[in-house]
Design a protein around this ligand. Sequence first.
Ligand code: NAP
Length: 305
Amino acid sequence: MTGLAVLVPGGQGQVGSELSAILRSRETLVHAPGSAELDLTDPEAVRDAVDAFAEVAGDAELRPVVINTAAYTAVDAAESDPERAREINVAGPASLAEACRDSDLPLLHVSTDYVFPGDADRPYEPTDETGPRTVYGRTKLEGERVVLESGARAWIVRTAWVYGAHGGNFVKTMARLAAQRDALSVVDDQIGSPTWAADLARGLLELAELVATGTGPQQQVLHCTNSGSTSWFDFARAIFTALDLDPNRVNPCSSAEYPTRTPRPAYSVLSGNAWQHAGLTPLQSWQDALEAALVADGEAFRHRG
Ligand SMILES: NC(=O)c1ccc[n+]([C@@H]2O[C@H](COP(=O)([O-])OP(=O)(O)OC[C@H]3O[C@@H](n4cnc5c(N)ncnc54)[C@H](OP(=O)(O)O)[C@@H]3O)[C@@H](O)[C@H]2O)c1
């Protein structure tokens, strides 16, 4: 069996960086352009990049897959810039999916728990009714639809609460605030599944192996997060403990006491049932993932002052 060749638009982001690091360590052919090298909102550039990648993979007799991790991810900023969010989260994926369809390349497209209203009392299944409450969520949902309707061999992988060594995220924010303040308050009424970008990347690659051999799951929308769920408050306490800091410096507060410009889902746990039914390996618990992340990339997460 020949190896994979993977094109990763958004290759400099949290998830894209992890994907490209893992692929390089496996000596897989990977092209992981950042937005400066491949702007998803430029349809011609997208088509040229996909065509060139298909040719390189073909010449090397490798099995090509595209994994789209590029997105407009600034949830609050999207409210005042919906056109840009739509360009990147809808028009970009549409161009990419059309180019993949025409070059017959399978596409994995990463999406989010924000496509749901966030008021459930049990984990969301991929088939559950969506109902985004934000511009970010609405554009991501529209992006899912254009990808699925493009005619490409495409799969949507929704994830949530991502943190990794590259880019800003909650773990790094907690480490920074711990260095700046004696105590801090974190909301305890929003529940989700913290997900280590490296675990998500490994999950995406397991799926990529299947789709590249034509044995991708029938179910085209899947959920992939670390297993288990928690509140931001308990996650913050776990981060403090993992960083050898006193978790009692973190106090609980309600979302009403910590208003954000955009509503955050109260409950957005994603069920991994469909992932498992597809024969894919469930990701480890969020607690084990946090410990592993700090062992693997401790320096990247610790605040340097
Ligand atoms: N972070 C989370 O908590 C979370 C939760 C659920 C789902 N997700 C989803 O997971 C995926 C990856 O997210 P992430 O956390 O890795 O986000 P990220 O760190 O913000 O990375 C997204 C990347 O997209 C790139 N990008 C933005 N505009 C682009 C354009 N016009 N053309 C090409 N690339 C562009 C950005 O590159 P530049 O910086 O160079 O512009 C950035 O590196 C996204 O689909 C996101 O919706 C994330």
